[in-house]
Design a binder for this molecule. Structure first.
Ligand code: BGC
Length: 755
């Protein structure tokens, strides 16, 4: 009754009164209190209830609708129909709009011109940096440096939040075991344990201790679920997989990100066992809400409700919306299907207003937690924007992260680091002075013109060295016209740095490939240069594992640098000249041939394990089983030796623990970091278990001649899996522990698990 009176009053007395009422209802108790999250949740719950009670159905559906802003040559703009929608309260969030001024302009529209003045939520793909661009996620994960991954997310959030953004569509934690899939670049590679740590660190970095903190962004973990297993590596394709594989490999990174506090989840484009993710009740209700008790909101991927028509599970727009809402999807991205259909669906009794209230509450909760009702403009601050964006500390952090992401794949005869006595160096290849591609795909508001090329980085580092540049050829295409100039440059030099790779758009979304060798005639260029007899260092820039067998066989030194971002050239020069000793390790297996895909280290053994002398074992006629570079692999300028493993006991009780220790010694001439990796194998179980699985790692630093003991504690948790009956737990019996510097070259020991 009170509310009816109030609404009547509001309608009569107009906008000013309405605003004061809305603010009274909404912001009564002030700030989010990180010290007392429960009290805060209760307060928010009451505010949401008050707000819902005065919202019309159309206003509610507005909160479930997300539209894009577009970029034009003259800057950002919004389609006129979206402007009308914002003013009418038919839009709750906008993405691809950033900049303190522009977001303020849009926010004013929502706050001043709608009946209830509910602030907009601004989202954007801040994937690996906002303005300062860090290495692509696959590259960052190669650092195995979780603190650095958290820090770069924190910096990205500071920059983005100063530009009016509230919400990032990251992290992407899709496990990818297929290098054909272009989006492998956006995630942390093939391993559930490593990607879980990466995902959680990203969420912590983006969201900080409190969403109410001005320098944080709400995270959105994506794409739920199993998107990385797209059939044949073709983007958006179907996924068919067992529940065991889903739960053991593809879901844990999502769980880890949610446990770290991620407040939103994005649906995947694919179907999973025939049910599109965007209408998948099993994924969103049974697992996400019921099992994991997720209380944030779920957003679709771009037009994914509309795509239910193409999947062939919905007959029309209404049917598609009904399926999505019932599956637990709170916001439709871009297709406007909720906007078009939900009101009629409620009228027809096909969905209930209670279902809509639930979705709206999930969205409003995040808006409250961000403090938008206290001050809708708090993120759109031109002063803060000026101070935060690309500030010198951010660039330093980017350079540090970039150096740590580089993986040394080969270094015959210690060709690297480059001796400062070499005075003539040819710098050749389409990536050698390339600027455009360095920031990779999904580079947010990153400005590629601000990135440092390899040639520039080298010249800055060694002003007295004569660097002779020749492009040699394009990334793509067949032109050999530049070969002779490149060969001449090599002939005039004592060393060749050959920078090869992919264009930024060759990985990322809708960038699947069946040929993952170096594009164009780049390998032929390498062959021509090799004939000069000059020592060659290959520097690779790419977003996926490449089949580079010829390089591996013929080129003495190879550095994998991914797309390192704004400071790429400086970071690579740091490593080439030994200012930083490379410590990266591959987060993904590099195949020898695309036909080996899917290939990953933690496969099961088969009943006929490989035996070179026996035809009827699991292998190929035309290529070996082994990949080119195994998961966890990466060299250093120094060398490390591992002692045998010592176990604190040979028996582990399910309620106890044992320690596995190993001594790692730096036996080379440089200070260096090593990622010491722990793998475990369950020898006999009710289901065939992977040959080994990563269960821990420690990154240590050793001076030349120094040794350190590295100790891992193993408990029942590391041994649990989905058993034959799909219950989760361990089984007694023998286990092998492996410790080493990659997933293949390890020491081993055995213990027995008893009950
Ligand atoms: C991608 C998402 C992205 C969204 C918004 C989609 O095409 O799949 O990862 O967040 O666009 O830009």
């Amino acid at each position: 009754m009170e509310f009816f009176m109030t609404i009547k009053q509001i309608l009569l007395t107009g906008f000013v009164l309405l605003m004061s009422f809305a603010l009274l209802v909404i912001s009564a108790s002030g700030e989010y209190n990180p010290d007392n999250p429960e009290r805060d949740q209760d307060d928010i719950g009451q505010k949401i209830d008050s707000l819902l009670s005065i919202m019309t159905l159309d206003e509610k559906i507005g909160q479930m609708t997300l539209y894009t802003s577009d970029m034009d040559q003259t800057g950002a703009f919004l389609r006129p129909e979206y402007i009308d929608d914002i003013k009418a309260g038919r839009v709750g969030s906008i993405f691809n709009a950033y900049g303190a001024e522009y977001t303020r302009y849009l926010q004013e529209m929502a706050v001043n011109e709608t009946r209830l003045g509910i602030p907009l939520l601004f989202g954007y793909d801040v994937i690996h940096g906002h303005r300062t661009i860090f290495p692509v996620p696959l590259g960052e994960t190669a650092s195995w440096d979780i603190d650095m991954m958290r820090l770069t997310a924190e910096v990205a959030a500071r920059e983005a939040a100063a530009e009016g953004l509230h919400w990032t569509f990251a992290p992407m934690v899709d496990i990818a075991r297929d290098a054909r899939w272009g989006r492998i670049v956006e995630g942390g590679g093939e391993d559930a344990y490593l990607v879980s740590l990466m995902g959680a660190a990203k969420v912590e970095g983006f969201q900080g201790n409190s969403l109410n903190d001005l320098h944080t962004l709400a995270a959105c973990v994506k794409h739920f679920a199993a998107y990385g297993a797209a059939q044949a590596g073709r983007d958006y394709h179907s996924v068919d997989m067992s529940d065991r594989m889903l739960r053991e490999v593809y879901l844990p990174p999502f769980k880890a990100a949610i446990d770290a506090g991620a407040v939103s989840v994005m649906t995947a484009f694919n179907d999973l066992n025939g049910i599109p993710a965007t209408s998948n009740t099993y994924l969103f209700q049974d697992i996400l809400r019921d099992e994991w008790e997720f209380d944030g909101f779920v957003v679709t991927d771009y037009t994914a409700i509309m795509e239910l028509l193409y999947h062939g599970v919905a007959s029309d727009a209404s049917h598609a919306s009904e399926l999505a809402l019932k599956a637990g999807i709170d916001i439709s991205m871009q297709d406007g299907f909720y906007h078009q259909t939900l009101a009629d669906l409620v009228d027809d009794g096909r969905v209930t207003e209670a279902q809509i209230n639930q979705a709206v509450a999930n969205v409003l909760r995040v808006k409250f937690r961000l403090g938008l009702f206290d001050d809708p403009y708090r993120y759109s601050d031109p002063e803060r924007e000026k101070a935060e964006v690309m500030k010198p500390e951010n660039i330093e952090i980017a350079r540090d992260m970039a150096r740590k992401s580089i993986v040394l794949l080969k270094n015959e005869d210690q060709l690297l680091p480059i001796s400062s006595s070499i005075r003539n160096i040819a710098v050749i290849g389409p990536m050698a002075d390339n600027r455009r591609d360095l920031i990779g795909s999904w580079s947010a508001a990153g400005d590629w013109t601000k990135s440092v090329t390899l040639l520039e980085g080298l010249k800055k580092r060694m002003p007295d060295v004569n660097f002779i540049y020749a492009e040699g050829t394009d990334i793509d295409g067949n032109s050999r016209e530049g070969f002779s100039a490149a060969v001449a440059a090599a002939n005039n030099a004592d060393l060749v740095i050959l920078a090869l790779g992919e264009a930024y758009w060759m990985s990322g979304e809708a960038a699947s490939k069946v040929d993952i060798s170096l594009p164009g005639v780049q390998e032929d260029l390498a062959k021509e240069l090799n004939k000069t007899g000059k020592p060659i260092v290959a520097v690779l820039m790419n977003g996926r594992p490449l089949t580079i067998n010829w390089l591996d066989e013929n080129i003495p030194a190879i550095l994998e640098t991914w797309f390192l971002g704004t400071t790429a050239g400086d970071a690579i020069a740091d490593v080439l000249y030994g200012d930083y000793n490379p410590s990266g390790k591959l987060p993904v297996t590099f195949p020898r041939h695309v036909g080996q895909i899917p290939i990953f280290y933690n496969m099961r053994n088969t009943g006929r394990p490989f035996d070179a002398d026996s035809k009827y074992t699991s292998k190929y006629l035309d290529i070996e089983n082994e990949p080119l570079y195994v998961f966890g692999y990466g060299l250093s300028y120094t060398t490390f030796e591992y002692s045998p493993i010592t176990l604190s006991g040979n028996e582990l009780r399910t309620d106890g623990s044992i320690e596995a220790s190993i001594t790692v010694s730096n036996t080379g001439g440089y200070e260096g970091e090593e990622v010491v990796q722990l793998y475990i194998h369950d020898k006999v179980a009710s289901v065939a278990r992977p040959v080994r699985e990563l269960k821990g790692f420690q990154k240590i630093n050793l001076m030349p001649g120094e040794s350190k003991d590295v100790v891992f504690t193993i408990t029942n948790d590391e041994l649990a899996f989905y058993r034959a009956d799909m219950s989760f737990g361990s089984e007694p019996g023998k286990f092998t522990v492996y410790i080493g510097g990659n997933s293949r070259d390890t020491q081993s020991a055995e213990f027995v698990l008893t009950e």
